[in-house]
Design a protein around this ligand. Structure first.
Ligand code: MEV
Length: 315
């Protein structure tokens, strides 16, 4: 028996980094997916096949001994094998349309789809249960993650998220086009989050003021979303980018890509941890192609995307 699941990538529309310190963030699932299939195999082994490599390991090994990029998937498979005292093994195959390590939620989408596919071999779980497993699994490589990325990959659409209050879906008719451009500079989310922690500790007062301003900005964006006001959302993206600049998570290349996008789109900013990775611009059918041209003329690779309203899908 095969169990299959897929989950979308994401962008953080507003509030990355500040969300780690309790500020509300707004996230959007995008129409690029990870698909995971899981199958019981006769050998008592955990086998993982993916574009980032393959491993075959015995179950019940200390998680720290597993190569880090495979840890979440090994963790999920091993947990099920131990829970159900399984004599068989599990083979996991991961395929992805989402570039990894560039702020588009590929790690969270892999964790969500894997949690659903692997647990689906044993029992049926609710989205909430799958999300909890995915967050636990992602913590094996990224212990301080806020859980925001996995949440939007599970539920799809637009969500507001804060660490204390949890998340809620933003009920909206809004639709827009996204132009996502990759700086091709890989970043480590863990390292950038730890850099921001350091920045905060050395600038407590300044950081608290910025957090308050981002909180206000997010409330304003929620009104813009309600009013289908793409120009208002775009203006706030430019403001949010300034706050990200002020904590030092942007760089020259991202600034250049954002400036090119701003010539025609409603607004642009980095998404995710920053210090590399991707930027995205907000557009509709009238300024979409112009924005793509502005980036491509300067040899920046980009692709267009839409909101994914499905979230986790099992089949
Ligand atoms: C990473 O996609 C988003 C950050 O805010 C970290 C997190 O929320 O866990 C930088």
């Amino acid at each position: 028996m095969k169990s299959k699941a897929s989950a979308p990538g994401k962008i953080i529309l507003f509030g990355e980094h500040f969300v780690v310190y309790g500020v509300k963030a707004i996230l959007c699932a995008i129409d690029k997916r990870v698909t995971v299939s899981a199958e019981k195999i006769p050998q008592n082994k955990i086998s993982i096949k993916s574009s980032f490599g393959n491993i075959v390991e015995s179950p019940d090994r200390p998680i720290k001994e597993i190569e880090s990029q495979f840890r979440p998937f090994y963790y999920l498979a091993d947990k099920m094998i131990q829970k159900y005292k399984e004599k068989f093994g599990i083979e996991i195959t991961i395929t992805s349309e989402i570039p990894s390590g560039v702020g588009l939620g590929s790690s969270s989408a892999c964790c969500v789809a894997s949690a659903a596919a692997i647990s689906g071999l044993f029992t049926k779980n609710s989205k909430e249960e799958i999300l909890q497993m995915a967050i636990e699994a992602e913590k094996t490589i990224f212990p301080n993650n806020s859980g925001a990325d996995s949440t939007v990959c599970t539920y799809g659409g637009l969500i507001q998220y804060d660490k204390k209050g949890g998340f809620s879906k933003i009920d909206t008719e809004i639709n827009f086009d996204l132009i996502i451009a990759n700086s091709k500079i890989k970043h480590s989310t863990k390292e950038v989050v730890s850099y921001v922690k350091n920045f905060k500790e050395n600038n407590e007062e300044r950081f608290a003021i910025i957090c308050n301003e981002v909180n206000r900005l997010v409330e304003d964006v929620l009104i813009c979303i309600k009013n289908n006001d793409l120009e208002g959302i775009g203006r706030n993206m430019t403001k949010n980018q300034k706050y990200l600049e002020s904590i030092g998570v942007s760089n020259e290349k991202l600034r250049e890509m954002i400036a090119l996008s701003n010539k025609s789109s409603f607004g642009a900013k980095l998404t995710g941890a920053g210090d590399g990775g991707c930027i995205f611009s907000l557009a509709d059918k009238n300024n979409l192609q112009k924005t793509v041209n502005n980036l491509e003329e300067k040899n920046y690779e980009c692709f267009t995307g839409k909101i994914d309203f499905t979230g986790l899908d099992t089949f």
